[in-house]
Design a protein around this ligand. Structure first.
Ligand code: NIG
Ligand code: FE
Length: 431
């Protein structure tokens, strides 16, 4: 006799189940049954996926639903991954990096130990322009190899989504080459050891990073070049347009001109804002509806309030403060004013030569007074917001992509506390 369909237990379509998770730190934005605390943690958990999308999460016990994998008319296999009791969080989202460059600036790093400031080096035509020379002189293969190696290091430390900026070409050909390299990282990045590990790479055009030497005495012409030639040519190659709005780089008026045109062309906007001085970047980010404003060390309360009202994510980059021996960004002030705070590495050869988001989590807690909950939120879902990808990634919830970090720790409270070593065992990124 056929069983009564109404008596059948509910079956969920899934092609993969991750079992035996010690703690599943979901960072969910909607209530999850069986989860507790602000990060919505589930002990002894499992996650089921179908076509790379999370379809179920909950306790790994006898009460979990039945999974079924219909592959056409046949019954498909359901792959199982054993998490071996590890802690699982959303993959870390590094929403601000300058990954593509050649050369290094160790000489400047050590000069700064002797008291020479970052701003002074920039004003002397060193800093960003030193890296520009090395980058212009490198071929595509070399730049790709360097970027790929850095991406592997990021992934090995738990990053599953990374934003990558141009900004060391500063001419149309080299900026375009760098954008192509960044786009190719998406296609070519594969893990030597893990089947499901393609980091999501988000390209950003930062032609307005510095005025190149050939335009030193005609900076307006460089701004025109960015607006009239580079921006229209790079539509489709970059999701974001960013500008370094700073005394030594681009004024608020120049930044406004560039970003306004970028917005018309369909780019989303970011600004390097108020990093070295009160540059007006945060205010401009609010005015133009940028997705994020980054750094914000010198932003005023009024500008921060404008940012909050405009829904601009505040991205903090403690690696710069660490390297430049500057005060840390005012995270508590921002959180108390109700801003959405993200954390990122700002990986670059001048101010933050570090691929490791775990160190940013540690600095956020130890040097900036953020709680574990605030810091982990900033390094996952708020990083995804800073990339306008929060519908897709940044938390472990039904409907999101399976992008997870596996931590070889017994309890997630070790994050930030146990620092300077790599606590991440591996990442899982659904293909
Ligand atoms: O985010 N401030 C501008 N850009 C980078 C530094 C780039 C460099 O020094 O090469 C930053 O800190
Ligand atoms: Fe930066």
């Amino acid at each position: 006799m056929m069983p009564d369909p109404l008596q059948q237990p509910a079956r969920i379509q899934a092609d993969m189940v991750i079992r035996n998770i010690g703690q599943l730190v979901t960072v969910a934005q909607h209530p999850v049954p069986g989860a507790s605390g602000p990060l919505q943690v589930i002990d002894k958990a499992a996650v089921a996926l179908h076509d790379g999308v999370i379809v179920w999460l909950g306790r790994d016990d006898e009460n979990e639903p039945m999974f079924q994998h219909d592959a056409g008319n046949a019954v498909g296999e359901i792959a199982t991954i054993d998490a071996q009791g590890m802690v699982v969080t959303p993959g870390l989202v590094d929403s601000h990096t300058h990954l593509v460059f050649a050369g290094d600036r160790s000489e400047e790093f050590h000069l700064r130990r002797q008291g020479v400031s970052y701003g002074a080096l920039l004003a002397q035509g060193r800093g960003i322009l030193t890296t520009m020379q090395a980058t212009r002189g490198a071929d595509t293969q070399t730049l790709t190899k360097l970027a790929t190696g850095r991406l592997h290091t990021m992934r090995n430390h738990g990053t599953t989504t990374v934003e990558v900026k141009t900004g060391y070409g500063l001419d149309k050909v080299t900026e375009q080459t760098c954008l192509r390299i960044i786009n190719n990282l998406n296609a070519m990045e594969t893990s030597p050891s893990y089947e499901y590990s393609r980091v999501r790479v988000v390209p950003t055009f930062l032609g307005a990073h510095s005025v190149p030497p050939e335009y030193r005495d005609k900076r307006d012409a460089y701004v025109d070049l960015v607006i009239e030639e580079m921006l229209p040519s790079f539509v489709g190659l970059a999701r974001f347009c960013d500008v370094f709005c700073e005394r030594e780089a681009f004024s608020p008026d120049e930044s406004r001109r560039i970003l306004t045109r970028a917005k018309e062309l369909g780019y989303l906007l970011k600004i390097h804002a108020d990093q070295l001085s009160a540059s007006g970047g945060a205010k401009l980010a609010a005015e133009l509806g940028a997705t994020s404003a980054d750094h914000l060390d010198f932003a005023s309360d009024a500008d921060l309030d404008d940012m909050r009202e405009a829904g601009v994510v505040a991205t903090l980059l403690p690696g710069c403060s660490y390297t430049l021996r500057d005060p840390y960004p005012p995270a508590r002030r921002l959180l108390e004013r109700g801003l959405l705070v993200a954390l990122a590495t700002d990986f670059n050869p001048g101010t933050s030569y570090c691929e490791n988001m775990q160190l940013m989590l540690g600095l956020a807690m130890s040097a900036m007074g953020m709680s574990l909950e605030e810091a982990l939120t900033a390094a996952t879902i708020n990083g995804a917001r800073a990339l306008a990808l929060h519908e897709m990634t940044g938390s472990i919830e039904v409907g999101k992509r399976g992008e997870l970090a596996f931590w070889s720790i017994a309890d997630y409270h070790e994050i930030g506390y146990h620092f300077g070593v790599n606590l991440v065992h591996s990442v899982f990124i659904a293909s």
